[in-house]
Design a protein. Structure first.
Lengths: 424, 255
């Protein structure tokens, strides 16, 4: 299976580059520094040296299934299958729900073998359909890997595509032709696909309540298969991940607001890939805050001397702007409201993430969603007041509590804002 | 509701309902109004219990008011506000109930009638905080709103410092600080009574939400507070009477 090998992912190797506050906001996504490509991503990529060469202009293998929609050139984007050069049970390669607990090496290993084919399409092709897109959409619906063959216009190039939002993937090339054999379609997704009157928001939420994995819903959404017929669009994969996380959590927030508040303070923690996730549920009305702390020498804080903290929050009424901290906000929020829904309670939630230097490559926001989900599956440590909960939390944190309080609207609110009911 | 009852509340303009509906909407998603022989009242806190709205709308403040026995009705504020917004300022507003519906008639030659489903109430009594006020001021609504916008440029919170002759509003954050001074006996401060110099800090978002909501009904705002205690804003619904009291708990930055 390992027809390639690669060295690296060695904690000694540090990614060097121009890190600044801008890097934290951009995370290689918006090119805020004005450069054409992100130097940090480029250097991170160079850490993964692949000697995996694709000698021919064609490839045969079982796609997990994977379909990627790029964002370059929007609204004319590159869409195509992701295929490893081998046959077999490849589902795990594109199912991040299964990656918690896997090492950075394993995850890179899964993704590096995925060759991305690219076909240029207009996002609104999704409302009419084209021969190639129909094939991609059928593939997207498959519940199991699909044997396929792709013919490229040139030899696949590039090593590893990295982003903070999406999972990494391997080389890519323009697609000349593509064939897939025997996709077994997921009936629930198929039903939503044929329902051209069902709004995307409803479709996404129905699939989710029907037990369809988030990564599958996101794939269908991205491939322009959901929503009212003539308004269907292809959605770049990285945007679709956040859009789906957002749509699912919005519906769940409406639901949990009907429940009583929690009775106690609950603390959950979980570590994954050099990241520490701490979640504090407070016995109050719904509210949410997400704060990340990038340590010096981590991807987005390369040259910093001190950890860089950044976060966003929303109150009971929700938010109307995109959080500066990015898509991870919505991934964490989804994990948190899923938990509240399962215990039929509302709570004010503070979710913290410390990113330590051993997190050397961005692997995608699935890491946030799945890690916070994992944290919330652990046994809670319970407290009857905020101070005790925070004292407990500070045992895990490397960054002192005072620094977190300084950066947390929710904690400042909890400490300083009085309530009307205090004046009886 | 088998027994027929009489309820009718009519105002000659829509400003009062617009103010009431937006004031309540800033704090809660569902509202339970109480109608009695004397008029309409409403009282609730926002979900975080930081603010409280208390509406007193006496019979005498309506153009026509009939209610033969006390009852409560609960509406989803988003829907209610949407309907109220359909009215122009000069339009008559008539509210009655019928079965499980609220009936809203907007009349100005062009007659409109909306029926709004009443919802089940999760209503519980809300006691008022026990307060005595050392400062009472009447400030021009425009000056107060402008002050909030100015201070919000530097901070999310405003500290109000009242002394015999003036009100000083300040805000401070990482980026810097700012202050606005309103002097007594000017067009901005119509009234200022200070029993004891007082200073307290409040959340600007709450204050401006409330001021924006009631701006359509009133030119002045009466504010009352004491050192490190909740503030109470009073906004008049119309010259005929009726008022909204808005309480906001202070922010106290000490552990």
């Amino acid at each position: 299976m390992n027809r390639y090998d690669w060295i690296c992912l060695n904690d000694e190797v540090k990614v060097a580059g121009e890190a600044s506050h801008l890097c934290l906001i951009c995370k290689g996504g918006r090119m805020l520094c004005g450069k054409v490509s992100c130097p940090i991503i480029a250097r991170a990529r160079s850490l993964v040296k692949s000697s995996f060469l694709i000698s021919s202009e064609s490839i045969e293998g079982s796609t997990p299934p994977g379909v990627f929609v790029g964002r370059v050139g929007y609204p004319k984007v590159y869409v195509g299958p992701m295929i490893p050069p081998y046959f077999g049970e490849t589902s795990i390669l594109d199912t991040p729900e299964l990656w918690v607990g896997r090492s950075m090496d394993e995850i890179i290993d899964y993704r590096l073998s995925l060759i991305r084919g690219k076909a240029r399409m207009h996002i609104s092709d999704a409302s009419k359909g084209t021969h190639m897109l129909d094939m991609m959409q059928e593939l997207s619906m498959s519940v199991s890997p699909v044997d396929s063959e792709a013919l490229f216009a040139e030899r696949p190039k590039g090593v590893l595509s990295l982003s903070e939002d999406t999972q990494p993937f391997g080389p890519s090339a323009s697609l000349k032709s593509f064939k897939a054999f025997g996709a077994k379609v997921d009936e629930k997704i198929e039903k939503a696909y044929y329902d051209r009157d069902l709004k995307a928001f409803e479709a996404v939420n129905e699939l989710y309540s029907g037990g369809v994995l988030i990564s599958r819903i996101q794939r269908a959404f991205s491939a322009g298969m959901l929503g009212v017929g003539d308004r269907r669009r292809l959605v770049p994969t990285r945007w679709s991940i956040t859009a789906v996380d957002n749509m699912l959590s919005l519906r769940l927030i409406e639901e949990i607001k009907q429940y009583d508040s929690l009775d106690e303070y609950e603390v959950y923690s979980f570590g994954n890939l050099g990241n520490l996730f701490l979640t504090i549920l407070m016995p109050e009305e719904w509210g949410f805050e997400w704060i990340e702390a990038w340590f010096p020498n981590t991807v987005w804080n390369v040259e910093g001397k001190a950890p860089a903290l950044m976060g966003d929050h929303e109150g009971y009424a929700g938010r109307s702007t995109y959080p500066e901290v990015g898509g991870c906000y919505y991934s964490a929020r989804l994990a948190v409201v899923e938990k509240l829904k399962s215990i039929r309670r509302q709570a004010k939630v503070l979710a913290l993430r410390e990113i330590h230097p051993s997190y050397i490559l961005p692997v995608g926001v699935w890491n946030v969603r799945e890690s916070v989900r994992s944290a919330l599956r652990e046994e809670a440590k319970k407290f009857d007041n905020l101070q005790s909960a925070l004292n407990y939390v500070s045992k895990f944190l490397t960054i002192p509590l005072s620094k977190w309080i300084e950066n947390s609207s929710l904690l400042k609110e909890a400490f300083f804002q009085r309530k009307i009911t205090d004046f009886k | 509701m088998a027994i027929a009852m009489v309820f009718l509340a009519k105002t000659s303009t829509s400003g009062e309902w617009k103010a009431v509906s937006s004031a309540i909407s800033t704090l809660v998603e569902e509202a339970t109004f109480e109608a009695s022989l004397e008029g309409i009242t409403f009282r609730a806190m926002d979900p975080s219990h930081v603010a409280l709205v208390d509406l007193l709308w006496p019979k005498s403040a309506f153009e026509k008011y009939e209610c033969d026995k006390p009852f409560k009705f609960t509406v989803k504020m988003e829907d209610f506000a949407k309907l109220i917004k359909r009215a122009d300022t000069k339009d008559n507003i008539e509210i009655t109930t019928s079965d499980e519906m609220l009936v809203l008639r907007i009349v100005d030659g062009y007659k409109r009638e909306f029926l709004l489903h009443l919802i089940e109430s999760t209503y519980g009594p809300t006691p008022l905080p026990k307060l005595s006020f050392n400062v009472r001021a009447t400030v021009a609504e425009r000056a107060f709103e402008r002050m909030l916008i100015d201070i919000s440029a530097v901070s999310d919170h405003v500290t109000i410092d009242a002394s015999k002759d003036r009100l000083v509003f300040t805000g401070k954050s990482d980026i810097g600080s700012g202050s606005v001074t309103l002097e007594k006996a000017t067009q901005d401060v119509l009234e200022l009574e200070v029993k004891e110099d007082s200073k307290a800090t409040y959340n600007i978002e709450y204050l401006s939400g409330m001021i924006k909501a009631t701006g359509s009904a009133s030119d002045t705002v009466a504010l009352e507070y004491s050192n490190k205690m909740p503030i109470r804003l009073e906004l008049k619904l119309s010259d005929l009477g009726g008022r909204i009291h808005f309480y906001l708990a202070p922010r106290i930055e000490e552990k």
